[in-house]
Design a protein around this ligand. Structure first.
Ligand code: GDP
Ligand code: IMO
Ligand code: MG
Length: 423
């Protein structure tokens, strides 16, 4: 009786969507536990590409139930669009998708507040996806939020109005020019609320408790990554939820002793989108190659992702915070063609060499110390067997396992479902 977790260990976009889709065949329930439509999870199979923002990545498997948990923040407008986009495919959403009544709603004014906050910050902006995530979680912890279950209440309109009025006052207090037509935004919002009402809105913690009792296998799908965690990430350049293992407990209502495997996923190099420190960032042609070969452009915003070498200090930290029991390494194919690969194995911090992630990792505090490994030139994208991978890549994997002290069970060599090598 256990819930396995799938967590991003870097700054997001590690390939969670692809791997959840691959792993779903071994599970009965896939459950998202935090974040919202700031996520963009990409799945590729049968020559098609799908990007999911709110709907869990197990949705293309007809036997799996997909749950949007209480820890998630839902923008009904974006969810409706995701639902509409799935219409041509053989997905029975009314049956396969469950939504927690305790999940919070992103209102149109939350998005406006996000934009106002970012504009007001100027150069110091977070680089938010502007989906209203921060303001919605602020209303949640401030005890003002609206939840999915509220849409079933007779006074939902009034509750909505009260909160929106408050938001409009807050917007007026920002000294920035945000143009908006609230009536227009509200039309879409209330239409989407009607769509939401047609789905199964449930008390999801009870549902999961019963499912566990019946021996159902559950996989919790994380969004974002450990270094974007509100507590353990590179604050304030983070998102507003707990992306690490503990977030799955509060975001689904499962007890810590119900957690089984903690599967950590990372890219063979590092990327980051938005602002904030990134010690191993590359500004040279190597960085440019990683961006181009890895198609490092955001699945949600289309923004160019910053790229750099793998940072084992940061990765080890993420492994520790979540108690990761097994690892999955993504995008190994993107590293083909380099003579030498660098991996950051310690930091020079205020003149001293350290192996742990310090409080400040800005450029002025931290210089990465690299270990060099031999690269390989073969194209990996058609390889199916781990033993057929170039020896240099197998050495790269062995080196990481030794440093991280956790086994790497899967190596991904391309975006498609089939380009996944299990050891
Ligand atoms: P997520 O947010 O963690 O689900 O990741 P994203 O979908 O935002 O970004 C991962 C990107 O890498 C997507 O475009 C995937 O299709 C792609 N991808 C996933 N695994 C691999 C891989 O092993 N190799 C390559 N080249 N691309 C991959
Ligand atoms: P997935 O699930 C990568 C980043 C934003 C910004 C910061 C705060 O696809 O891995 P927010 O919109 O939460 O206010 O943005 O977090 N960010 C992500 N970066 N992948 C994501 O999700 C992200 N979700 C948020 O770029 O720096
Ligand atoms: Mg993504």
């Amino acid at each position: 009786m256990a819930v396995d977790l799938l967590l991003g260990l870097q700054w997001g976009d590690e390939g969670k969507g692809k791997i959840v889709d691959v792993l779903t065949q071994g599970y009965d329930i896939i459950a998202r536990f935090q974040g919202g439509p700031n996520a963009g999870h990409t799945l590729e199979f049968n020559g098609m590409k799908h990007v999911l923002h709110t709907i869990p990545s197990g949705i293309f498997h007809p036997t799996a139930t997909n749950l949007i948990g209480n820890g998630v923040v839902i923008d009904p407008i974006i969810l409706k669009k995701e639902i509409d986009d799935l219409a041509p495919y053989n997905v029975n959403l009314k049956q396969q998708l469950l939504i927690s009544r305790k999940a919070h709603l992103i209102l149109p004014t939350h998005r406006l507040l996000d934009a106002a906050s970012e504009t007001a910050k100027g150069k110091a902006k977070i680089g938010s996806t502007l989906k209203g995530i921060g303001p919605t979680y602020m209303d949640k912890t401030g005890r003002n939020g609206l939840r999915v279950g509220d849409i079933e209440l007779s006074d939902f309109q009034q509750r909505y109005r009260n909160l929106t009025n408050k938001h409009e006052e807050m917007l007026a207090n920002y000294n920035v020019d945000i143009q908006y037509n609230l009536a227009e935004l509200e039309k879409d919002f209330f239409q989407a609320i009607e769509t939401l009402k047609q789905f199964q809105l449930i008390d999801s913690e009870e549902y999961l408790y019963q499912a566990l009792k019946q021996g159902k296998k559950i996989l919790a799908e994380g969004a974002q990554g450990s270094l974007l965690d509100i507590d353990f990430g590179t604050y304030p350049f983070v998102t507003s939820s707990n992306t690490t293992a503990a977030g799955a407990c509060t975001g689904l209502g499962i007890a810590p002793n119900a957690i089984g495997q903690v599967i950590g996923i990372f890219k063979a190099y590092t990327t980051r989108v938005g602002s904030g420190p990134f010690p191993t960032e590359l500004f040279d042609e190597v960085g440019e190659t990683l961006t181009q070969v890895g198609h490092e452009f955001g699945a949600t915003t289309g923004r160019r992702r910053r790229t750099g070498w793998l940072d084992l200090v940061a990765l080890k930290y993420a492994v520790q915070v979540s108690g990761v029991t097994q690892l999955i390494m993504m995008k190994a194919d993107v590293l083909s063609g380099f003579e030498t690969l660098k991996v950051c194995t310690s930091y020079l911090y205020q003149g001293k060499e350290i192996k742990h992630l310090p409080y400040n990792i800005e450029e002025q505090n931290v210089t990465p110390v690299y270990t060099q490994l031999k690269g390989w030139h073969q194209d990996l994208t058609q390889i199916k067997d781990y033993n057929h991978l170039p020896q240099e890549l197998q050495d790269y994997v062995a080196f990481l396992e030794k440093e991280l002290e956790v086994p790497i069970k899967v190596v991904s060599v391309g975006p498609d479902r089939t380009q996944t090598i299990t050891r």
